[in-house]
Design a protein around this ligand. Structure first.
Ligand SMILES: Cc1cc2nc3c(=O)[nH]c(=O)nc-3n(C[C@H](O)[C@H](O)[C@H](O)COP(=O)(O)O)c2cc1C
Length: 196
């Protein structure tokens, strides 16, 4: 039977977790990145289409390739982060549906339907990016997601000649609490939700 996580786990995933702007010197092992992906891949996507592609930028060379694409406010913290994940949408994701969703001819739902390909790739890769944030927190890492960058430049530097387009970036590591911004307010239930 599935039971609710305890308060410590809920705090770690949601209530005390913060978006990070600075990092300690503690690195992130490649084995942790593999463990992270092994959680992310289990998150649900429509028809199990799994359109997200991940580049874990760790090396100085990789960071230099990323640098010209970053907005000014994201530059320093991204260069300092132990890892920056590029989450991309594979616009040819549906080619893999015979493997990923073998009990139906799901590929045929997409072939020639550009709008459905775009919407499905963006929706599900964005979800996989969200799973990555929560999986990272579950593994004891901190995150700094970012949309402040030039996606065309990231595509050119990392995905030229492929069917991948950049969705968003996430810095990963161990956060420096002194660099966290003040907590912004959240909506209360009645402001944004209703039960009908
Ligand atoms: C998709 C996405 C894009 C974001 N882009 C940026 C960004 O470019 N630069 C930045 O400093 N913060 C960025 N943020 C961080 C948000 O402002 C932050 O998560 C939000 O204010 C909540 O902060 P908290 O998690 O500390 O409560 C982004 C967050 C998300 C989820």
């Amino acid at each position: 039977m599935t039971r609710a996580l305890d308060d410590a786990a809920l705090d770690q995933l949601f209530r005390t977790a913060r978006t990070q702007n600075g990092w300690t010197s503690e690195g992130v092992d490649d084995s942790t990145l593999h463990a992270l992906y092994d959680l992310v891949k289990m998150g649900p996507t429509s028809a199990n289409c799994s359109p997200a592609r991940f580049v874990f930028v760790k090396s100085a060379e990789g960071k230099e390739k990323l640098k010209p694409a970053l907005s000014a406010n994201n530059l320093q913290k991204t260069m300092a982060a132990p890892v920056t994940v590029i989450i991309a949408n594979d616009m040819e994701f549906y080619q893999h549906l015979p493997k990923l969703f073998p009990h139906a001819d799901a590929k045929s739902w997409f072939v020639g339907n550009t709008e459905m390909i775009k919407a499905t790739a963006f929706r599900n890769a964005s979800l996989e990016g969200a799973y990555l944030i929560l999986a990272a927190r579950a593994l004891g890492l901190d995150c700094g997601p970012m949309s402040g960058f030039d996606a065309a430049k990231v595509d050119e530097a990392f995905f030229a000649g492929t069917s991948y387009v950049t969705n968003f970036l996430v810095n990963l590591g161990h956060g420096d609490p002194s660099k966290v911004f003040g907590r912004s307010p959240r909506f209360e239930f009645d402001e944004v939700a209703k039960i009908v």
